[in-house]
Design a binder for this molecule. Sequence first.
Ligand code: ARG
Length: 580
Amino acid sequence: MNIKSILIEKALSAMAAAGIPEGTNPAVTQSTRAQFGDYQINGAMGAAKALKTNPRELAQKIIDNLDVSDVAAKTEIAGPGFINIHLKPEFLAASLEAANQDAKLGVAEHAQAQNVVVDFSSPNLAKEMHVGHLRSTIIGDAVVRALEFRGDKVTRQNHVGDWGTQFGMLIAHLEDMLAQGIDLENVALADLETFYRDAKKRFDDEEGFSDKARDYVVKLQGGDAHCQKLWQLFIDTSVKHSEEVYKKLNVTLTRDDIMAESAYNDRLAGIITLLKEKNIAVEDQGAQVVFLDELANKDGEPSVFIVQKSGGGFLYATTDLAACDYRSNELGAERILIFVDARQSLHFNQVELTARKAGLLRDETSYEFCPFGTMMGSDGKPFKTRTGGTVKLAELLDEAVSRASEKLADRASELSAEARAEIARKVGIGAVKYADLSKHRTSDYIFNWDTMLSFEGATAPYLQYAYTRVRSIFRKAGVDSAALSGSINIVEPQEKALALKLLQLEEVLDLMIGEATPHVLCGYLYELASLYMTFYEACPILKEDVSAEVRESRLLLCNLVARTLNTGLELLGIEVMEQM
Ligand code: ARG
């Protein structure tokens, strides 16, 4: 159910009948205020400008040809030529009843499923995941869930960094530790962070160590079996670690979704050959370079994109070009979405331009770099520990759960300790996720425990609590929400506002999927919960003087609210509970 699409279609045929040329945007929008109706058709103004006629008269012509009797109770012209549409309560009620019967709440699957590759999370291995990985992981996961809900075919790709020069350093250090007889599992790799730091220190300070490290990289990338075995140890430990984080975070990534940098190794030489053959890459000081005039600086100097180092080594860039080829030409992706920190935008710009020239990306593939802003501390600088270190993601999530548990302890509860712990887990993790997902993807935001864990305002705890409140009505009434049988009747303005919001889920999901912006769904769920609270205040449900029909109709609305909150939160990867 997509009211906007229905109205667009009707508007388009009315505009055609009114003599407006094809291709004119009907500009259908949701009204911002009830006095302007529920939706507006605003296309008359733009069309009148193009046709050099009076917009109000043109709006009247559109209305004369507009057949909305099945959905609207009233249409009117306002201001310079806005057409306000007031929807019919019967139409809303019938649509809600249909949604109630449907497992997906009336949200239709795409008629033509799209083949979408989503590159998200993608941490560099051999280090623990830190807060910097949160955004890519949860924003990507929410978008993936929404795409799948709409019926698209998604290939998740966790493009983990497992092939860089840092592995030479790690292997060199590990060799020395092993020579000293240090227990591999329990000591050397027990804390990857410390191990990494120690290796890095030697790399920076110790004579000869960096050369040794470089030798190991060459050996590793050349396929040396011993090096690969040691390398595999790092990868396994690190992957296991990220799996734990994904589980904590309730993110849908599994080991099978890993498509690591190293997986493209065999393709890299071929990519360079191709770029050279097509004269896209040229030699410059021994390296292979692509000069991009499209990204020239203000002095007209082209942007420099190095695709092979002077010693012959391949780079992050080479791998991303190979990834384009694999995703577009082999997997046949129609969309490629990449969730990476905004600081890499130049890189992805260079990758796309080069890949398009070389045919590594088909014209039919849309390549969408989806950058995101930085999570900041209260000092307005990137979020760090008190001593200035990077915050481990696993530790941040544990802290969220313990803080949630403290907050919940203030509330009276008859639940068992076990049940309460489970609630604290869902609230704590949900709070961190919602606080992040609800911000516009591209903006920086300030991380604040108190706001995100508050039961007031746009937060996960507020929405989770709203859900439990709706569900408690059914417990109180002793009614099984799945067995409601009456019909919906929209009478009061609060019922109408709620009904309309419930029917806009598909519109919101389309927006979220189209622009890869989960914050629109976050905002929608908050508005829905708030409208529910208003409805609940104004429209009694279980009071004695409420007739059986009205009660049943309102319970049906409640049930739709609960299901929509649940579905929406699930698409954000946030869990609900029946009680809290
Ligand atoms: N591992 C990279 C990093 O931590 C992110 C990889 C993103 N994906 C890609 N195709 N380059 O910065």
